[in-house]
Ligand binder design. Structure first.
Ligand code: TEU
Length: 549
């Protein structure tokens, strides 16, 4: 049986505002993005995840929506959006759009109506209280240091409203049937443009299962199932990707029996991958893999190195987080919210192309499908002069021309000042400079995507982790039916020998697929790999009894 498309997807995350400006006003837009689609297609991605592009005051990068049925006029029109989806489809690229169901902007007409009139039906769309309610233990507000409370008094309403995120994002009451119907209307509207699915923002908070208000909606997973049933019935094969950052014991609940979300971001593995990269030890990754629940039929993890938010290390023990801080965020100003790092991948890895390549290879080897944040495919940096999480959201660097090719507008009109200086500035780090250059981050990522797409057993099926007798080395296989791929990664900057015994696999030989290692068989199942610093290698496991293992 063929797998659904999203189980073999390579997802590329785009912030329209920062990607490419097609009309020269200094703001990225759908025309610009459409003109740059070849870059995404040639990279080998198969699916674009669009960060919110709706009309919005953009006080939270668009996660404060003021109209769910439109396009921010600075990014273009609904026609431009439709043309983009069409052109993406022409290149075999699907489109997932971000949908923010947990809250609106405080400028949204629903909230404006709700605050003005206690008897308005919109009043019930939000969560009100006469007094701020205490935050239950262990359930923090999202942005400590930027917000003090999850309750803000509204003079006009004469009441406090609940907001787990910023005070300008009043929380929607998903317990209200009318809010659920609004959600389906919004989903229906965007599906008519031919999008292949949705990235659902902050799902556990939408359902009340997490967050600073201990009020679970009625039958939360029934509500998720009803959303899923709706998209399935609207167009079968559509996908829901959830931002679900919960403990391993609760993760599987969001897949349901394969009838809730088909894809979940794997935040847990993300934390431990960074602990492994920082400490150059395989053990954290191995531990994370052992904690992950199995995924029901028709569902998958979405793995990532960086996303558009802070690198949230909330799942690590404080002392382990400190180890990551020491390596990747030595200055206090690189840290945020007492739990994370506001940096991009490449600078954290010292701009070392080999190490960045190995990090991507590791990502691609994990069970699930990969997601790449725009700009990481060329090793872009962060701009620490920007406030908060904005540091990790610079404009895309296309070439060494004005504004890095992002826009023809004068630099001071650009939505963000380009990163000018240093190795991550646009003159050094850009798409044009890396295209066709062997060993560049761009060409390495492209090769890895090709490897991943050509070998369906990579990242799929059963994952087995093997002892390596070298704490720096991760060795694991993924297998689909009779076909297996072995990946061996050296996380350290030293040359390392690792002995791996592939028990459980029967007699086999290893056929090299990608990467570099000297391999020496020792007996039937034991192989010794000599890996260069930050080196990795991929093999197809070929059974010697004539059948694939
Ligand atoms: O994030 C929601 C969210 O839960 C994260 O910010 C979370 O606090 C963090 O990842 C820890 O897991 C989404 C968006 O990704 C973010 O940009 C928005 O600011 C936020 O929603 C509010 O809409």
């Amino acid at each position: 049986m063929t797998e659904p498309w999203y189980k073999t997807a390579v997802i590329y995350a785009v912030d329209v505002e920062k990607f490419a400006d097609g009309d020269g006003d200094g703001v990225g837009d759908f025309r610009g993005l459409t003109q740059r689609l070849d870059h995404i297609a040639e990279l080998g991605a198969t699916c674009i995840w669009l960060l919110p592009f709706y009309p919005s005051p953009r006080r939270d990068n668009g996660y404060d929506v003021s109209d769910y049925y439109g396009v921010d006029p600075r990014f273009g029109t609904l026609n431009d959006f439709a043309a983009f989806v069409h052109e993406a489809g022409e290149r075999g690229l699907r489109v997932l759009i971000d949908i923010v169901l947990g809250h609106t902007s405080d400028t949204h007409p629903w909230f404006q109506a709700a605050r003005r009139d206690r008897d308005s039906s919109f009043r019930r769309y939000y969560k009100w209280s006469d007094q701020p309610r205490p935050v239950p233990p262990g359930r923090d507000i999202a942005f400590p240091g930027e917000e003090k409370s999850a309750w803000t008094y509204d003079e006009v309403a004469g009441a406090y409203y609940y907001h787990p995120f910023y005070h300008f994002q009043p929380d929607l009451n998903m317990n209200e049937p009318e809010v659920q119907s609004e959600t389906l209307r919004i989903i229906d509207f965007w599906m008519s443009f031919g999008v292949s699915g949705f990235r659902l923002d902050a799902v556990p908070l939408v359902l009340g299962l997490e967050g600073p208000l201990d009020e679970i909606i009625d039958d939360p997973h029934g509500v998720l199932r009803s959303f899923r049933a709706f998209v399935d019935q609207r167009r079968s094969g559509s996908a829901l990707l959830g931002e679900v950052d919960v403990g391993p014991q609760h993760l599987a609940e969001y897949f349901g029996d394969g009838d809730e979300l088909q894809m979940l971001f794997d935040f847990l593995l993300n934390n431990y991958m960074f602990e492994s990269l920082a400490t150059e030890r395989s053990e954290p990754i191995v531990r994370a893999l052992s904690h992950l629940p199995s995924t029901p039929h028709g569902t998958t993890w979405v793995n990532f190195l960086r996303n558009h938010d802070e690198l949230n290390l909330g799942w690590l023990m404080p002392e382990d987080r400190d180890l990551v801080y020491e390596q990747f965020a030595p200055d206090e100003g690189m840290r945020i919210y007492d739990r994370g790092i506001r940096r991009r991948l490449a600078p954290m890895l010292g701009g070392d192309a080999r190490r960045i390549e190995t990090a991507f290879s590791l990502l691609f080897s994990m069970p699930g499908v990969p997601m790449i944040l725009y700009g990481d495919e060329i090793g872009m940096g962060e701009d620490l002069s920007r406030p908060g999480r904005d540091a990790v959201r610079p404009i895309m660097q296309w070439d060494n021309g004005p504004n890095g090719g992002f826009s023809t507008a004068p630099a001071d009109k650009c939505v963000r000042a380009p990163i000018e200086s240093g190795p991550f500035g646009f003159r050094e780090t850009n798409v044009a400079a890396q295209t066709g250059v062997e060993g560049s981050v761009l060409e390495s990522v492209r090769d890895l995507i090709k490897l991943w797409r050509q070998n369906p057993c990579i990242g799929q099926g059963t994952c087995r982790v093997f002892e390596t007798e070298a704490p720096e080395v991760v060795a694991h296989t993924t297998s689909v039916q009779s076909s297996s791929a072995l990946a061996v990664h050296n996380l350290s900057g030293r040359e390392v020998e690792a002995a791996v015994t592939l028990h459980e696999l029967g007699p086999f030989t290893l056929s090299p697929l990608h990467g570099h290692a000297d391999v020496r068989p020792e007996g039937v199942q034991r192989h010794v790999f000599r890996l260069p610093p930050y080196g990795y290698a991929w093999y197809r496991v070929v059974p010697t009894n004539g059948e694939e293992t």
